[in-house]
Design a binder for this molecule. Structure first.
Ligand code: HEM
Length: 209
């Protein structure tokens, strides 16, 4: 990984960066990361609504599906991908100002998780296309579970960048892992509870009518 990036950083190194360049790159890198994640989280939430619109009756169904497809495309192209580009370009800037990071183990681990995140980003585009064509095989429940993956990657990458080579493996880390798992489980339970309640209300209405 380090070897693949080294020529790129070498080219950028040709510039004589002003002393404050590192802090500017870091500022914009963090802004890019925040925008990227906001986009990724909301995108898959839209996929869930889009997928569940399939349960509506025909005229309403088409209208909702078209609206969700439009919102997804705009969110992905105007927010999520530009956020990713800013985060990655500024990360290259950070490495070009301080190439020594590329010799460190925590950075290799971080780059591996970032690759996983980029694959997730690409997979979201694939899902968006499938949804638009009405060919998505993922259920709302599976999409909810998928939406937990970036949370996990976010926690790991932020821990790597903060703790660097002193990555903690003690009780606090396990507590954080348990918190993420509990959050994911409660989202699934809440969705299930809402679905069962809606089914019960529909059955009561049908019985009343
Ligand atoms: C494209 C791949 C990436 C590279 C090469 C990269 C590289 C870097 C570098 C060199 C720093 C400065 C570290 C320091 O000064 O201590 C940094 C900071 C940071 N990165 Fe990344 N990064 C990448 C992607 C990401 C992603 C995807 C996230 C979020 C999930 C992220 C979150 C952060 C945060 C929060 C900081 C600030 C840490 C601090 O100041 O203590 N980075 N990154």
């Amino acid at each position: 990984m380090a070897a693949a990036i080294a020529p790129l950083t070498g080219m950028v190194l040709a510039f004589a960066w002003p002393p404050e360049a590192y802090l500017w790159f870091k500022t914009l890198h963090i802004v890019g990361v925040v925008v990227w994640f906001a986009g990724l989280f909301y995108l898959v939430r839209l996929f869930i609504y889009h997928r569940e619109a399939a349960e509506l009756e025909p005229p309403l169904r088409q209208a909702f599906e078209a609206q969700y497809a439009l919102m997804e495309r705009r969110l992905a192209n105007i927010i999520t991908t530009p956020g990713m580009v800013v985060a990655v370009v500024c990360a290259v800037g950070l490495l070009s100002v301080n190439p020594a990071w590329l010799q460190q183990g925590w950075m290799h681990a971080k780059l591996a998780f970032v690759l996983a995140l980029l694959a997730y980003h690409a997979f979201c585009y694939r899902l968006m296309g499938r949804l638009r064509q009405g060919q998505c095989l993922w259920s709302g429940r599976q999409l909810r579970a998928l939406n937990e993956l970036p949370t996990l990657l976010l926690v790991i990458v932020v821990m790597l960048v903060v703790f660097k080579n002193q990555f903690p493996t003690g009780a606090a880390t396990w507590f954080l892992v348990a918190l993420v798992v509990a959050m994911a489980a409660s989202i699934q339970f809440y969705a299930r509870w809402r679905r069962l309640r809606a089914e019960r209300q529909a059955a009561e209405l049908a019985a009343g009518g």
